[in-house]
Design a protein around this ligand. Structure first.
Ligand code: NAD
Length: 484
């Protein structure tokens, strides 16, 4: 763990072995954090916030410079970080390389915002000079999942540091390695002790201790919706500011007038990128009936030709899912879809071959003729499993798209500009792609409607999550009050 600028083991001296999901090989061991360790980390972050000038406005330029230095260091060692994320969570190297580049850019983006956060002045009645000041919230507890180990962490760390907060971050117990490596780089560039602390360990111990700690001011969480609900309950007890980035069951609508050659590839990418272990994965494909069979068939051909293997191998575009437990969960959804008579178009099994024997590999899987009554239409699988559903009218497409308790992302494929805008306006989701799927930019807000979360990350919206708002009224009038 990295606490108060020092590397330490857990007080209980327990450790956890971290393995490569493609072959079961050991990658390392990390401490299994206890309540006591979390307390140490929060105290270190508290001291760095309360007793140093880290968060003050006159330190903003220094914060920005440190973040730029961290981004530069990360770029220097980007290949090692990409390799480590691939080994730890299974994603293809080409995706991990993109994640590391995005993470470095995210640090640079928020370095820019560190020195450009501004309050406001306001015109009010009475002879007052009124203004609104923005100040860092304080100590941020950040909890992240395993599907983008480095990137999800940086989406949280970067705006928090830029705002002047101090951080205790807990990576997923499955994928802590690149966050620990990032802390090493932070130490190398001279980030002051206690500003960034990393605790490893399971959610039920380290995560619970962190979210229940009285000395934190903010909880930022990315993960499953059920966990999000528990986190919100913990935040409620302490009246803590909380932002939640949760799950999704995201639709992509393909109209008959779409550019099909373009749409087919984006749709496969929507569902199968990162093994489908993406909160915004386009896992419910809604297709206009006249082109339905053709679209299912063409996406099937892509699915059957996706190169599966260890993410480090050349040309691999799908690695294993993250763990045995998660493999069983995804396979359980496949089994259930079969039992509920969804039509299996391709995949559905562990791929055959000795090279897959020790890894948690699942074939790219497509089910067709899925209806809102099916479990596959409603529940987040978080694996390489796509469902296809036909529709007849624009109204029906929108109704099916919104027939979910989630509201993270959606895709719309059409060459009709009016239809695209009409549908975009009606879909209840925080992120919508038209004639593409998945491109994400540091400048734009990321987050969901409904059960997909509360608040936004990225862009200036992501910075808001770490800023308090203070009104100040200065009386310019010299007369006495005359009230009593
Ligand atoms: P998860 O909810 O099981 O775990 C996420 C993190 O929370 C982990 O670090 C875990 O240790 C911790 N945790 C678990 N229980 C906790 C508790 N009671 N108190 C505090 N911390 C606790 O999620 P996961 O399986 O790691 O990730 C998959 C989920 O994340 C999916 O549902 C996916 O949609 C979601 N996700 C959302 C986004 C987004 O931006 N909206 C991005 C990535 C992943």
């Amino acid at each position: 763990m990295f606490i108060g600028g020092e590397w330490m083991n857990a007080s209980g001296s327990q450790t956890r072995t971290i393995t490569d999901p493609a072959n079961g090989e050991t990658l390392g061991t990390v401490p299994e954090t206890t309540d006591q360790d979390v307390d140490l980390a929060v105290k270190a972050a508290r001291r760095a916030f309360d007793d140093t000038n880290w968060g003050s406005t006159d330190n903003a330029a220094t914060r920005a410079q440190l973040m730029r230095d961290l981004a530069a260091k990360l770029r220097e060692v980007a290949p090692e970080f990409a390799k480590l994320d691939t080994q730890n969570c299974g994603k293809p190297l080409i995706e991990a390389e993109g994640d590391v580049a995005d993470a470095a850019n995210c640090l640079d983006f928020y370095a820019g915002l560190a020195t450009s956060t501004m309050g406001q002045t306001a015109s009010v009645p009475m002879n007052m000079q009124s203004m609104v000041l923005r100040e860092p919230i304080g100590v941020a507890a950040q909890i992240v999942p395993w599907n983008y180990p480095l990137l999800m962490a940086v989406w949280k760390i970067a705006p928090a540091l830029a705002a002047g907060c101090t951080v205790v971050i807990k990576p997923s117990e499955l994928t802590p390695l690149t966050v620990l490596e990032l802390a090493k780089l932070a130490q190398e560039v001279g980030l002051p002790a206690g500003v960034l602390n990393v605790v490893t360990g399971v959610g039920e111990v380290a995560g619970v201790a962190l979210t229940n700690h009285p000395d934190i001011d903010k909880i930022a969480f990315t993960g499953g919706t059920d966990t999000g609900s528990k986190i919100m309950a913990a935040a409620a007890k302490g009246i803590k500011n909380v932002t939640l980035e949760l799950g999704g069951k995201n639709p992509a609508i393909v109209f008959a007038d779409a550019n099909l050659n373009q749409a087919i590839e984006w749709i496969a990418f929507a569902g199968f990128a990162n093994q489908g272990e993406v909160c915004s994965a386009g896992s419910r494909i809604l297709v206009e009936r006249s082109i339905y069979d053709q679209v299912v068939e063409r996406v099937k051909i892509i699915a059957q030709n996706i190169k599966i293997g260890h993410g480090l191998a050349q040309d691999v575009r799908m690695g294993p899912v993250v763990s045995k437990e998660h493999y069983d969960k995804v396979m359980g959804y496949i089994q259930k879809a079969k039992e509920e008579n969804c039509r299996l178009v391709c995949g559905g099994s562990h791929p055959a071959g000795a090279q897959f024997a020790n890894g948690h590999f699942i074939e790219p899987t497509i089910f067709a003729d899925v209806t809102p009554a099916h479990t596959l239409f409603r529940e987040e699988v978080f694996g390489p499993v796509m469902s296809f559903t036909p529709f007849d009218t624009e109204e029906e497409a929108v109704r099916l798209a919104n027939d979910t308790e989630y509201g993270l992302a959606a895709g719309v494929f059409t060459e009709h500009i009016g239809k695209a805008h009409r549908v975009v306006k009606q879909i209840k989701a925080g992120i919508i792609w038209v004639n593409c799927y998945h491109p994400t930019f540091n400048e734009l807000p990321w987050g969901g409607y409904k059960k997909s979360g509360i608040g936004r990350e990225l862009g200036k919206y992501g910075m808001e999550a770490y800023l308090e708002t203070k009104q100040v009224n200065i009386n310019l009038d010299q007369s006495e009050l005359g009230w009593y």
